[in-house]
Design a protein around this ligand. Structure first.
Ligand code: PAF
Length: 282
């Protein structure tokens, strides 16, 4: 496994991959790796000849400075996990090399900015768009792998790739869950034992709502029940619980089994903000 820190160092490896007709798979991460990330890496290794993983906690996508400051950094542990997965290359850039100056450019993803994550985290998707564009320009992969847990981020990245004509295929990997259903997230390691137990309210609500929908119950009534359940949990602070089209993020007020839909949730558990989603497949 080769670790590199600058685009210039990667250039010769990229050229060599090109000359030897090797396909490049890219997994961008912010580190604090867990099995969910390893699923992305395994998917990349299966589908391409060479896998590059980046670890970079991108300051400009955090709209909450405490979330940024407390974001777990576990580089040594991450590198040994990547070594075990037989990753070919790891890109570990410094903040100064990625942002020699504060970007003046910003992205506006239109309607995607006005709902759910877009509405609750102003500027977040612009920051994601900037770093992912930079990483795509540096690594120049054939395929890039993202987790379904960040469903709206996938919609944003697909728009980015289409609007800027990046010649990169976006590959989506299903959410990895703990045995009780909690979606894996680097933020889970900041939960206390009690918060960890209470965090299950996200997955339990999604599963309950999905079952009720499939039984024919009305979406707005189900949502009402869920909102009350969150209100009754002192450690939880619900931001949204919505039924959406997973591509356009159009928010539905009723369930139509002929349309593609997913339920998305965001809630604080204590001071930790968690998100999750479940596709509804009738
Ligand atoms: O999903 C993430 O971890 C980040 O948003 C990403 C795509 C690595 C960009 O910083």
């Amino acid at each position: 496994m080769q670790v590199f820190h600058t685009g210039a160092e990667w250039q010769k490896n990229w050229l060599h991959a090109l000359q030897t007709k090797k396909s490049i798979g890219f997994v961008p991460t912010m580190g604090a790796l867990h099995e969910g990330h390893l699923d992305l890496i395994r998917a990349s290794k299966k589908s391409t000849d060479l896998t590059v993983v980046s670890i970079f906690v991108n300051p400009i996508q955090f709209n909450n400075s405490e979330d940024f400051e407390k974001y777990p950094v576990l580089t040594d542990q991450d590198l040994s996990l990547l070594e075990k997965e037989n990753v070919d290359f790891v890109f570990l850039p410094s903040v100064e090399s990625i942002y020699p100056q504060k970007p003046t450019l910003s992205f506006d993803f239109g309607k995607l900015e006005t709902v759910l994550e877009g509405a609750f985290r102003p500027g977040h998707f612009s920051g994601v768009g900037i770093i992912v564009s930079k990483l795509f320009n540096i690594i120049r992969p054939h395929q890039s792998f993202f987790g379904q847990k960040d469903l709206q981020q996938i919609a944003v990245i697909k728009r980015l790739v289409a609007d800027l004509s990046f010649p990169i295929e976006i590959m989506v990997v299903p959410t990895r869950r703990e045995t009780d259903g909690l979606a894996l997230s680097s933020r889970n390691m900041r939960l206390s034992q009690n918060e960890r137990e209470k965090a299950l309210i996200l997955f339990n609500s999604l599963s309950f709502a999905k079952n009720e929908l499939l039984k024919g119950e009305k979406w707005l009534e189900i949502r009402n029940q869920i909102t009350q359940a969150f209100e009754a949990e002192p450690l939880a602070k619900l931001e949204y619980f919505e039924l959406v089209d997973p591509e356009s993020f159009h928010v539905y007020s009723e369930f139509d089994p002929t349309k593609n839909s997913s339920i998305c949730v965001a809630s604080y558990i204590g001071n930790i903000r968690l998100i999750d989603n479940l596709p509804i497949i009738p």
